[in-house]
Design a protein around this ligand. Structure first.
Ligand code: PMP
Length: 440
């Protein structure tokens, strides 16, 4: 890849050259680099507005990354910005208790029900999951964490064993630097395989503290649980005396103004969330029934704290986000319609050019797997997909002003700021990009 390949402009190339001399690999989060899609300079963003990102060369991109699922309202929404600015004017950080964190917790008691009888806010999803796992281990007096291959739950040691998302993109399903002792306390099972999970929990259930699962996977593409999978998993876990943790960092507020688990008909013991709730500011959190949650300090013996936890700006942004998500009753149905139009468009255009794809969609979340297999139901299915075809597709789309996440393991997100105009523009680009894939 050369600066003259035209997919990004000279300003982005110049910043990329500086970045790799100063930031490790040029990035602060490996998911943002283009390593998995042929390399080269990513667009350096100067400004964001609605469905669009604008780079330093003045190029506009329809943005389907939406901050890796952290945004659902699009960029720089005026009413959300106002709420944050009003909070900013009262001070940035108190390091003390304040009303907004109480109000947000009370709102979550309503929208999350039993899963937020008691809640604790953190600064990131990673911290939320890390503490939920610690809490489960303390509550059960057991050590084993059961999770699923290719799922991503943050970047603390235990969950990087068999991790998905950015780690998989770079072939780092097993990060270096994780002690054998930590690995010994983690079991990684295949997603959507109820039999294997039941067998494991029958044989080793008395060692298992918790089963940690994305109820709908958003980290090896978008993969939904097959009917009965989560129910059988939860039943087997409870029979074994283990807790069920739903990691809803991606799914909460993505498919409705609350968690996704009620739509799936199965309830966990603990829930973790983050991303969308923060409205673009850093947030995470975990919650559950009072009896479990009150094992956390200062009431109980499980320790967790944080300088940034309950940050006033994040709380203000979250309150405003939640208000918008619950007030705009057509928001989720509209995302569903746009998502469906995009997904069907991808299927039709791929077929027109003879490119085999499997397309998954739920609400505004869409992802296309370049595979000849009839279905994708687990991590292996994504690993066997054609990464080179995806790279060609990604680069072709980027050159046409459509920004997808730079990895076949990430989901494309339609936001509330997207409209039919953006979808049409995207489908025109897809038509050309599928032709490029067919030709490659
Ligand atoms: N859990 C899931 C399901 C996630 O997708 C992510 C982030 N992609 C995390 C946890 C970690 O969240 P954060 O990046 O805020 O630490």
């Amino acid at each position: 890849t050369r600066p003259s390949d035209g997919i990004v402009g000279p300003g982005s190339w110049s910043l990329h050259r500086r970045a790799i001399q100063a930031l490790v690999g040029g990035v602060n989060s490996p998911s943002r680099g283009l390593e998995a899609v042929g390399g080269g300079a990513p667009p350096y963003i100067a400004r964001a507005d609605g469905a669009y990102l604008f780079d330093v060369d003045g190029r506009a991109y329809v943005d389907y990354v939406q901050a890796f699922g952290a945004l659902i309202l699009g960029h720089a929404r005026p009413d959300l910005r106002e709420a944050v600015v009003r909070a900013l004017e009262r001070g940035v950080l108190f390091g003390a208790c304040h009303e907004m964190e109480v109000r947000l917790a009370e709102r979550l008691q309503v929208v999350m029900g039993a899963m937020c009888e008691r809640v604790r806010f953190t600064a990131s999803g990673t911290e939320a999951v890390m503490t939920a796992v610690r809490l489960a281990r303390a509550a059960t007096g057991r050590r084993l964490l059961v999770k699923f291959a290719g799922s991503y739950h943050g970047h603390f040691d235990a969950v990087l064993v068999g991790a998905g998302s950015g780690a998989s993109t770079l072939g780092l399903d097993e990060s270096a630097g994780i002690p054998d002792g930590v690995k010994a306390d983690v079991a990684t099972l295949p997603y959507n395989d109820a039999e294997t999970a039941e067998r494991f929990l029958r044989e080793r259930g008395d060692e298992v503290a918790c089963v940690l699962v994305e109820p709908i996977v958003g980290n090896f593409g978008l993969v939904e649980p097959e009917p009965g999978f989560l129910q059988r998993l939860a039943r087997a876990a409870r029979r074994a005396g283990a807790l069920v943790i739903f990691d809803e960092v991606i799914t909460a507020f993505r498919f409705g103004p609350g968690p996704v688990y009620p739509q799936l008909g199965v309830e966990p013991d603990l829930i973790t969330f983050g991303k969308i709730l923060g409205g673009g500011l850093p947030i995470g959190g975990y919650g559950g029934r009072r009896a479990i949650m009150e094992q956390v300090a200062p009431v109980g013996p499980v320790y967790q704290d944080g300088t940034w936890a309950g940050h006033p700006l994040s709380m203000a942004s979250a309150l405003a986000t939640l208000e918008i998500l619950t007030a705009e009753t057509d928001l989720y149905p509209r995302l569903g319609r746009l998502g469906q139009a995009l997904a069907q468009g991808v299927r039709d255009l791929a077929a027109r050019h003879g490119v085999p794809v499997v397309v998954h969609q739920r609400g505004g979340a869409v992802c296309a797997f370049f595979t000849r297999e009839p279905e994708v139901r687990d991590f292996g299915g994504v690993q066997r997909s054609d990464a080179r075809a995806f790279a060609t597709f990604f680069r072709s789309m980027l050159a046409r002003g459509i920004l997808l996440p730079p990895s076949p393991y990430e989901v494309w997100y339609v936001s509330a700021a997207h409209g039919e105009e953006e979808i049409d523009k995207t489908l025109q680009a897809i038509d050309r990009a599928m032709a490029d894939v067919a030709r490659a």
